[in-house]
Design a binder for this molecule. Structure first.
Ligand SMILES: [Zn+2]
Length: 76
């Protein structure tokens, strides 16, 4: 008997906001994306192992991970 395990990462665009990019320094739309890494068995995602939010600059593509304080700053 064998099991087929794997990890799948899905991205969900949560919202886009206008902010100054820390990489290119331009005021450009920044996409806030949630990434979820799930453990899958026979290609069926079962358990969420990791959940992170990243901010992606639409101008240069620079990606930065949002920490807990970064997420709170977005709420204002
Ligand atoms: Zn940028």
């Amino acid at each position: 008997m064998f099991f087929l395990f794997g990890l799948t990462t899905r991205e969900h665009l949560q919202f886009t906001r206008s902010a100054t990019c820390r990489y290119c320094g331009r005021h450009a739309p920044q996409q806030v994306v949630q990434r979820r890494t799930k453990l899958s068995v026979f290609f069926i995602p079962l358990i969420t192992l990791k959940k992170t939010r990243v901010q992606i600059c639409t101008n240069c593509g620079g990606t930065s991970r949002l920490s807990g304080s970064g997420e709170r700053a977005l709420a204002h």
